[in-house]
Design a protein around this ligand. Structure first.
Ligand code: GLU
Length: 306
């Protein structure tokens, strides 16, 4: 069996918050329960959204919380040449095409589509040429008909299916603002780092079929997927740096870790021998917490006969 390799891939748009801690912890526990390798990748590819200093802050918080990566972190901003190579590979196989549509043009055509009660996917305007427009982005051509349906088995959420033609349409790999799209960078990196298991928030599940299809186009393996429930605020929105999620209190790692484990439905007691409940929480150690949480995760996910 291929050796387990998992990763946590934060975008450095702000400090680690409770929502991203849940994803970090889930990927860490899954790697530990499999006795595998756990990696951290800084997804600083989206220059307009990257906040200076946030990546170092995230790495320091993970270390302070006792989650140490088994290999040095990979930075997407150092890997532009690899994304270009992948784009060239897809060009040479005719899998991608330049697109000259502006956001407004796409929105207008989708409004018409909506009025006709048809799909909200990219309508494929530039599939057969730019129609005199200037190339702005590169899109991956998705198949028509049944070939557009991607199935996968999510280890937490169960069987999933998405029709790329009707639900997504040809999607962008190189953006009009000269940035690499997340979909391309994540697939190239997961393949180059030989990631076998992806554990992340369910908000990213909608991207998974696109990533699986892109893996097939590039001829790289498809990892196993597990999407954990995301943390929402009082309005039911995903907790994010954008909607004001506060940074974690670095002085109290165990409080945050216990709350993250509870969010994942893990019974970790207090992490100290033979006791449970908050009355004994002061005796809990990071090692005790991780041992209990890894065992609880292995049991929940049925790993290693647990
Ligand atoms: N960088 C992405 C995020 O922070 C996660 C990417 C992934 O896990 O595939 O939302």
């Amino acid at each position: 069996m291929t050796a387990y390799r998992g990763r946590f891939a934060p975008s450095p748009t702000g400090p680690l918050h409770f929502g991203s801690l849940v994803s970090a912890l889930a990927s860490w526990l899954d790697a530990r329960a499999h006795r595998g390798t756990w990696l951290v990748r800084i997804e600083d590819i989206d220059a307009p959204r990257t906040v200076p200093g946030a990546a170092d802050d995230i790495l320091a918080t993970l270390a302070h919380f006792g989650m140490h990566a088994d290999e040095p972190p990979v930075w997407q901003s150092h890997r532009m040449a690899r994304y270009q190579q992948a784009l060239e590979q897809l060009k040479s196989t005719g899998s991608i095409y330049p697109c000259g549509c502006t956001r407004k043009e796409i929105a207008d055509s989708l409004l018409n589509a909506h009025a006709r009660n048809t799909t909200l996917a990219y309508p494929g305007t530039c599939r057969d040429g730019l129609h005199g427009k200037t190339a702005r982005a590169w899109r991956l051509r998705v198949p028509d008909g049944d070939a557009a349906i991607v199935h996968f088995q999510d280890r937490w959420q169960g069987a999933q299916m998405q029709n790329l033609a009707t639900e997504v349409g040809d999607f962008v790999l190189r953006r009009a603002d000269d940035q690499w799209a997340y979909q391309l960078a994540v697939v190239v990196d997961d393949a180059d780092e030989r990631i076998t298991h992806i554990v992340r928030g369910v908000d990213l599940m909608d991207s998974t079929a696109r990533q699986i299809y892109l893996q097939r186009c590039l001829g790289v393996p498809t990892p196993a997927y597990l999407h954990v429930p995301v943390v929402t605020n009082a309005l039911g929105e995903k907790l994010s740096k954008q909607n004001g999620a506060t940074a974690l209190d670095k002085e109290k790692p165990l409080d945050a870790l216990n709350a993250a484990a509870r969010h994942l439905g893990l019974d970790v007691g207090s992490g100290s021998e033979g006791t449970s409940g908050s009355a004994t929480a002061s005796k809990q150690t990071l090692d005790g917490f991780y041992a209990a949480a890894t065992a609880a995760w292995a049991k929940r996910m049925k790993i290693g006969g647990a």
